[in-house]
Design a protein around this ligand. Structure first.
Ligand code: HSE
Length: 324
């Protein structure tokens, strides 16, 4: 079917009610230690699974197939808010039905809300003949992130949609830069406590000492340069956060010890994943990433907090959907 949308461009789109697309949006690590709100990368695992279907029923219907008891009213649901934003720009589409199975626990710090928001807009775009750019999709998905944390930020959404390491130079206007990176292995430990992003943002200081800002700028520039040059030592040296981590790490029992033991096990470095409580570490090779997992497990076992560990590489491909 040839479809005209509001930008005077023609697209082929299967707009039959019942057409459905499936997507597996991955977890993401936002901030990457020193790049609060501006850096993130995508993981290969864990992933959620979502199916978005064209519907004759106006608006967004939501079916949750997991135990997280997430809202089913579109405006209050992260995926729903993102799809509503996409519908605003899709006057030819009546409604969408979402069936969502979340494996990334909300409040984990590995981009659960971003996976919910980014996944559905990528699936809907697939149904609509890929009429929207990746940047448009980030714009829609940020409405979902706002439901989750009260603020629009794209440091989970952009890597989820683009893949790889992304720099969000600006969100007004959106300016997303994909950053080359050498092969890296990521170990993520998720202690089974919940830290709400909104709370973890609330406790941050609003003013920064100039000497700390200078240190942070040096680290962000060093980290980006380290990624592009494939300089593992520079990456390791730059994984330092003198602004956010000292405040947020008090919410995560065992944080300092996990960091110390992970580095002793060979990790290049790491820190809080997103707003926590997950902690991530980067390693040069798979064997070291395994050793880091053992070190992390020892710490949380000793302090008596349940945890899950994920070992992954950085997912470099953009998020795509398939018809089902
Ligand atoms: N940059 C955001 C924060 C990521 O740290 O609050 C939240 O996942």
């Amino acid at each position: 079917m040839l479809t005209l949308i509001n930008r005077n461009r023609f697209f082929y789109a299967p707009l039959e009610s019942g057409a459905a697309a499936r997507v597996r949006p991955p977890g993401t690590v936002a901030n990457v230690v020193c790049g609060f709100d501006i850096l993130g990368f995508a993981l290969n695992e864990p992933c959620d699974e979502m199916i978005v279907e064209l519907s004759d029923e106006p608006g967004i219907q939501i079916i949750n197939k997991d135990d997280y008891d997430l809202p089913t009213i579109a405006e209050k649901n992260v995926s729903g808010a993102a799809l509503l934003a996409l519908l605003e720009d899709s006057p030819d589409v009546k409604g969408l039905k979402l069936t969502s199975t979340k494996n990334i626990k909300p409040g984990s710090g590995i981009g659960s809300s971003a996976a919910s928001a980014a996944g559905v807009v990528v699936a809907a775009n697939h149904l609509l003949g890929n009429r929207f750019s990746k940047e448009d999709l980030v714009r829609f998905a940020m409405f979902g992130e706002k439901v989750a944390s009260g603020v629009k930020h794209a440091d989970n959404i952009a890597p989820c949609i683009y893949g790889g390491v992304t720099l969000i130079r600006s969100i007004h206007p959106l300016d997303i830069v994909s950053i080359e990176a050498p092969p890296l292995h990521v170990t993520v430990v998720h202690p089974q406590i919940e830290v709400r992003t909104a709370d973890a943002r609330q406790i941050l200081k609003h003013q920064v000492a100039l000497k700390d800002a200078i240190k942070q700028w040096g680290n962000i520039a060093g980290l980006v340069a380290g990624f592009i040059k494939g300089d593992y030592d520079l990456i390791g040296r730059s994984l330092e956060d003198v602004i956010i981590e000292p405040v947020r790490s008090i919410l995560i029992p065992g944080f300092d010890e996990v960091k110390k033991k992970s580095k002793e096990a060979g990790a290049l470095g790491g820190g809080i994943s997103g707003s926590g409580p997950s902690i991530f570490m980067l390693s040069k090779d798979a064997g070291t990433a395994q050793d880091v997992a053992v070190a992390m497990k020892e710490v949380f076992t000793r302090i008596g907090i349940d945890f899950h560990v994920h070992i992954s590489t950085i997912k470099t491909s953009p998020l795509s959907a398939e018809f089902v």
